[in-house]
Ligand binder design. Structure first.
Ligand SMILES: [Zn+2]
Length: 239
């Protein structure tokens, strides 16, 4: 059994000012993706579910897929969660912990967007969704000085746990950026799982601190998504 993870960002129609649309899927497109995944027999689970399955603590539906949202945009709650709820699916939201309730200020080239605040993240959790960290300031972690990496991982986890009043199990690397030092720090920081942007589906013995995940964005017809997904299943997961 292998479990793919998908990475979405903003679920909304890109504004005219957007020069690139890879961070966007329209709500209609997202609905099509869910319909296609459902037709293929998939059930949406959280990254925490996947980690618990790897540890042998729980079973998963026969075909499971973890849908994740990086940066925690407000449009995830307004546009994506209702569509997931229609199917009873759950997801994982990765929040940039120094920017809760703020904007995507780290990305000056992108149109401004509001980010979910602590209350909205707690509300998502109360509906069964999972919330993980996406660093403190959305910095590239590869090659970062140890003290800075510590802040981006350890302090982000503490900050998020404070905001949620609950444990934070997982982290998603901004831009997928990581190296061996990052992985050691992730382990030290007490995370149980970490998501990369390596395109493989995860098996029971895949390193939980180096989970494969595929970024999904731009106008991507459902049939094309399914083709990319098939490739993830065909790619061996490297430890
Ligand atoms: Zn991000």
């Amino acid at each position: 059994v292998r479990v793919p993870i998908l990475c979405y960002h903003r679920v909304e129609v890109p504004p005219a000012s957007a020069t690139r649309d890879t961070n966007f899927v329209t709500p209609a497109c997202f609905a099509e993706h869910l319909a296609a995944l459902s037709a293929w027999g998939f059930t949406g689970i959280t990254v925490s579910d996947l980690l618990a399955w790897q540890r042998g603590e729980r079973a998963l539906p026969a075909r499971s897929i973890a849908i994740t949202f990086d940066d925690a945009y407000a449009s995830v709650v307004s546009n994506a969660l209702p569509l997931l709820a229609q199917r009873g699916w759950r997801c994982t939201i990765f929040a940039v912990t120094a920017h809760l309730g703020g904007t995507n200020a780290w990305d000056p080239g992108a149109p401004r967007a509001t980010l979910l605040d602590a209350a909205a993240l707690r509300d998502a959790r109360s509906h069964g969704h999972d919330v993980g960290a996406h660093s403190r300031h959305h910095r590239r972690l590869r090659g970062l000085a140890a003290a800075d990496c510590h802040e981006q991982l350890v302090e982000a986890r503490a900050e998020l746990e404070q905001a949620l009043g609950a444990p934070c199990e997982s982290v998603a690397f901004p831009y997928g950026s990581h190296d061996r030092v990052t992985l050691a720090q992730v382990e030290q920081a007490g995370y149980r799982g970490a998501c990369t942007l390596k395109r493989w589906a995860n098996g029971r013995r895949t390193n939980p601190l180096r989970l494969g995940r595929m970024s999904v964005g731009g106008p991507l017809p459902a049939w094309m998504l399914m083709g990319k997904l098939a490739k993830m299943f065909a790619t061996p997961a490297f430890r």
